[in-house]
Design a protein around this ligand. Structure first.
Ligand code: C5P
Ligand code: MG
Length: 222
C-alpha cells in the first residue's frame, strides 16, 4: 500500500499534479455522503450497503484506524484534530481513502463507493476529484443542530469516541457550518446534491433515500 505523504510544509515546492485521477469514473462510482455530525450518515450508509451493495468508506473511521495504527506518524496529530473537531490536513485523508478504495477494488472487486463524512472542506473536495475520482453526486442529510446534539450525546454514552462530548460537539458544529457547508454549496451549484431531511426515524429517512436513489438511476439489488 502506498505510504501516506506528509502534509507539505509551506516552503516546500508543490508535488507535480497527476493529470488523470487514479480511478476513472467510467469504471468506479463515487457517491459522497455529507451531513452534520449526528445527522445519521453512518446509519443510512449501512442501509445502502445492505440493499445496494455499495462499499462504504467512512473518512472518520479511516482516520481513527490510522490514529490507532502502531507506528503511524500521524497518530497524535489526528487525535488532536478529532478532539478539537477540526479537519485533518487533507493529504492524509485523501491518501487513506485512495488506499482503501484500491484495496476494495483489488480484494473485493468493489466498484461503487459511498464515501461517508467526506469531503468536509473545499481542499479535500478538489484534491479528491482531481487525483482520485470525480463524484457522481452527494447525498446530503439535513438535520437541525438540536436533534443532532441529542443523538450525539446519547451515542457518547456508549461510543467511546473522544469527540462525542458537549465541548467537542460544539466545535464540530462550528466546523460543519463554517468549513463543510461551503462544500455542499459548491456541489449544489453543479446540480450534484441530493438533499434528504434527516429528522425522522432511520426507517423513514431511508424511504426518502431509496426514492432519491431511484431518481438517480439506482435500484436495490434484491
Ligand atoms: O465523520 P466523523 O464524525 O466520524 O469524523 C470525526 C472527525 O474526523 C471529524 O470531526 C474531523 O476531526 C475528522 N475528519 C476530517 N476530515 C473528514 C472526516 C473526518 O478531518 N473528511
Ligand atoms: Mg460517521
Amino acid at each position: 500500500m502506498p505510504a501516506i505523504p506528509s502534509p507539505p510544509a509551506a516552503e516546500q515546492i508543490a508535488a507535480p499534479k497527476k493529470d488523470v485521477p487514479a480511478f476513472s469514473p467510467k469504471d468506479v462510482g463515487v457517491i459522497f455522503v455529507l451531513g452534520g455530525p449526528g445527522a445519521g450518515k453512518g446509519t443510512q450508509c449501512a442501509n445502502l450497503v445492505r440493499e445496494y451493495g455499495f462499499k462504504h468508506l467512512s473518512a472518520g473511521d479511516l482516520l481513527r484506524a490510522e490514529q490507532e495504527r502502531p507506528g503511524s506518524q500521524f497518530g497524535n496529530m489526528i487525535k488532536e484534530y478529532i478532539r478539537e473537531g477540526k479537519i485533518v490536513p487533507m493529504e492524509v485523508t485523501v491518501q487513506l481513502l485512495e488506499n482503501a478504495m484500491g484495496e476494495a477494488i483489488r480484494t473485493e472487486g468493489k466498484k461503487r463507493f459511498l464515501i461517508d463524512g467526506f469531503p468536509r472542506k473545499m481542499d479535500q473536495a478538489l484534491k479528491f476529484e482531481e487525483t482520485v475520482c470525480p463524484s457522481q453526486f452527494t447525498l446530503f442529510f439535513d438535520c437541525p443542530e438540536s436533534v443532532m446534539q441529542e443523538r450525539l450525546l446519547n451515542r457518547g454514552k456508549t461510543s467511546g469516541r473522544a469527540d462525542d462530548n458537549a465541548e467537542s460537539i460544539t466545535k464540530r458544529f462550528r466546523t460543519f457550518i463554517e468549513t463543510s457547508m461551503p462544500v455542499v454549496d459548491f456541489f449544489e451549484k453543479q446540480g450534484k446534491v441530493v438533499k434528504i431531511p434527516a429528522i425522522k426515524t432511520p426507517e423513514e429517512v431511508f424511504q426518502d433515500v431509496e426514492t432519491a436513489m431511484k431518481t438517480r438511476g439506482f435500484q436495490p439489488q434484491k
